[in-house]
Design a protein around this ligand. Structure first.
Ligand code: SAM
Ligand code: SF4
Length: 336
């Protein structure tokens, strides 16, 4: 049998990376993602089952998808997530499975996830005191996240990365503590510029704390940062630009989606918890994969749907233009 043609869009971008949202539910309410109260969550019957997710991945892998990341909502609120990891880890051709979590339930689940075959973990943590944590998350839980990070390191996740959304007016006090945190714990801290995906529609460009400002602060307050070549570091590519402090201790990454958009090297596709395929975080169009999965569509039909979604991918997100329109789905409902 001939190998499938890879997933290349009309701009020549090759897609090998699938982000799978397993739920839209979450145990906290980060202001840049969810509304504070009265969230309308999907009904359980709307969520793709583990069997349906596995089937979708089995169809996508021959097209060149070899890197998976589980996300949400908060993926660790989905019962028995480690069982999904174990199913996905046995699919021939899947090289890498990662998880993005807020870390609150991580201490309890880290070992099961590691045993199931998960190797890469990103914990989202925007601040390093309980008080400032709550300004981002509108809920308690800071100590649980710290315990979760320690547990992840203990059971063997390496590297553990921490994602911190950088917001002007809130994140400035956290920059230097995060620099020391990276140096002391071996965790790689990655600052993500605040993007217009909040349910409250309150994003403004002026609220983004830019990567270059953080680099300047860390370099002036701790010591100069030098860029790390991803290839030299044996990295896995992706949108982050990585730095290390001059003495070689402490890695800091930046996902500068606003100040340095990386759309032209985007290799990602996504599937939402309710089974809609999206070719971009900021897309306004979706492909109903759940409908196909539940109508006993053939693998060929699902393959055609994936190809057609990739083929229609737009050049970039256009956030920095007057043309930009925020998508209807906020981040928790897309899967970050
Ligand atoms: N609940 C998990 C978590 O927080 O890690 C996984 C889902 S969350 C939507 C995935 C990532 O998206 C997190 O690192 C979160 O900080 C980030 N995120 C959410 N809303 C964002 C926004 N408006 N701008 C930038 N990053 C955002
Ligand atoms: Fe929940 Fe993650 Fe959204 Fe925060 S960013 S509200 S933890 S889904």
């Amino acid at each position: 049998m001939l190998p499938e043609l890879p997933l290349v869009d009309s701009f020549g971008r090759l897609h090998n990376n699938l982000r799978i949202s397993v739920t839209d539910r979450c145990n906290i309410r980060c202001f840049y993602c969810m509304p504070a109260e009265d969230v309308q969550f999907m009904d359980k019957s709307e969520l793709l089952t583990f069997e349906e997710i596995e089937r979708f991945v089995r169809v996508a892998v021959p097209l060149g998808i070899d890197k998976l990341r589980l996300t949400g909502g908060e993926p660790l609120v989905r019962r028995d997530l480690h069982r999904l990891v174990a199913r996905l880890a046995t699919i021939p051709g899947v090289k890498d499975i990662g998880l993005t979590t807020n870390g609150i339930f991580l201490a309890d689940q880290a070992k099961d996830l590691h045993d199931a075959g998960l190797r890469r973990i990103n914990v989202s943590l925007d601040a390093l005191t309980a008080e400032s944590f709550k300004k981002f998350t509108r809920r308690d839980g800071f100590e649980n996240v710290i315990e979760g990070i320690k547990a992840a390191q203990r059971v063997g996740f390496n590297p553990v990365k921490v994602n911190a959304v950088s917001v002007r007016g809130l994140s400035e006090t956290e920059i230097v503590p995060f620099g020391h945190f990276a140096r002391e714990t071996g965790v790689e801290v990655r600052f993500i510029e605040y993007m217009p995906l909040d349910a409250d529609n309150a994003w403004e460009r002026s609220k983004v704390l830019f990567a270059h400002e953080i680099i300047e602060t860390l370099s002036a307050s701790i010591m100069p940062l030098k860029p790390v070549s991803d290839k030299l570091a044996g990295g896995h590519g992706g949108p982050a630009t990585d730095f290390v402090f001059e003495d070689g201790i402490g890695r800091i990454g930046f996902i500068a989606s606003i100040s340095q958009p990386f759309c032209m090297s985007c290799n990602r596709i996504r599937i939402t918890a309710d089974g809609k395929m999206r070719n971009c975080l900021f897309s306004h169009d979706e492909t109903d994969v759940r409908g196909l999965l539940r109508s006993e569509a053939s693998d060929d039909r699902i393959t055609a749907a994936i190809r057609s979604s990739v083929a229609s991918k737009k050049e970039g997100h256009e956030i920095n233009t007057a043309r930009f329109i925020q998508p209807d789905r906020p981040m928790y409902s897309i899967g970050g």
